[in-house]
Design a protein around this ligand. Structure first.
Ligand code: MD3
Ligand code: FE
Length: 217
């Protein structure tokens, strides 16, 4: 139980590392509206537990919106224009989400961020994301913008080497992080989600990541 969860939070920017900026409470005032449009997306596309190339089933459930979506199966990780489960294009990225991602990127010094994919990760208590790098995008000059909604999580933030012991950072409802520059290829993950009940989302955490996949022409 967090005794301070109901107090209004001042937006605050914390540099986690060169190129990684935690914008605490950046989206807090509009979080309910952002969750509403996310739920509308999730009415159009199924969350699913992807298979990793190594044959494991992810504990995190995933879906995408935008021109491209992230897919993992026995063949590997990649971005695809269609949902392999439905054969249909992914739902459009809601303007409201795109606008949030663009404002956050700009606040971190990345003007004119043009994400092609929004990956939606759903965590229920116990779900985790093992340490990994995000290297399926060809455009490494654009940042990744992440928005946390619902239950808090402990984000693990390592270095360029998997062996480096990660820093731990608590991410809560309404927090936004912009990952760019030197940290774009850092190892990172999420510790197993703790049990809890969020006033708006219930017993889960949703993380949205906005990604540019192909270089901007
Ligand atoms: C740091 N998601 O989907 S978001 C992922 O909370 C992923 O669901 C986590 O890692 C989540 O790939 C973390 C924050 C994040 C996203 C991408 C990064 C941090 C990053 C790329 C490089 C370094
Ligand atoms: Fe990642």
């Amino acid at each position: 139980m967090d005794l301070f969860d109901d107090l209004p939070m001042e937006p605050e920017a914390v540099a986690l590392a060169p190129g990684a900026l935690l914008l605490r409470a950046f989206a807090l005032e509009e979080a309910a509206a952002l969750w509403q449009v996310t739920e509308a997306v999730l009415a159009q596309v199924a969350l699913r537990h992807m298979q990793t190339p190594g044959g494991h089933t992810m504990s995190v459930a995933t879906a995408s919106c935008g021109a491209l979506g992230w897919v993992s199966d026995a063949r590997g990780y990649r971005y695809a224009a269609q949902d392999p489960q439905s054969g249909q294009p992914w739902p459009a990225m809601p303007e409201r989400l795109l606008d949030l991602a663009r404002r956050a990127a700009a606040a971190a010094g990345f003007e004119n961020f043009q994400p092609q994919a929004c990956l939606i990760n759903q965590y229920v208590p116990g779900a985790k994301l093992s340490l990994h790098q995000d290297r399926d995008e060809q455009d490494l000059s654009s940042p990744i913008v992440s928005l946390s909604l619902g239950l808090p999580a402990v984000f693990l933030f390592g270095g360029p080497e998997r062996s480096q012991r990660p820093q731990r950072h608590r991410l809560v409802h309404g927090d936004v992080v912009v990952w760019g520059g030197p940290t774009r290829l850092a190892f990172h993950g999420v510790a197993p989600l703790q049990e809890g009940e969020h006033a708006l989302l219930g017993r889960k955490r949703i993380n949205l990541t906005f990604r540019r996949v192909n270089p901007v022409p």
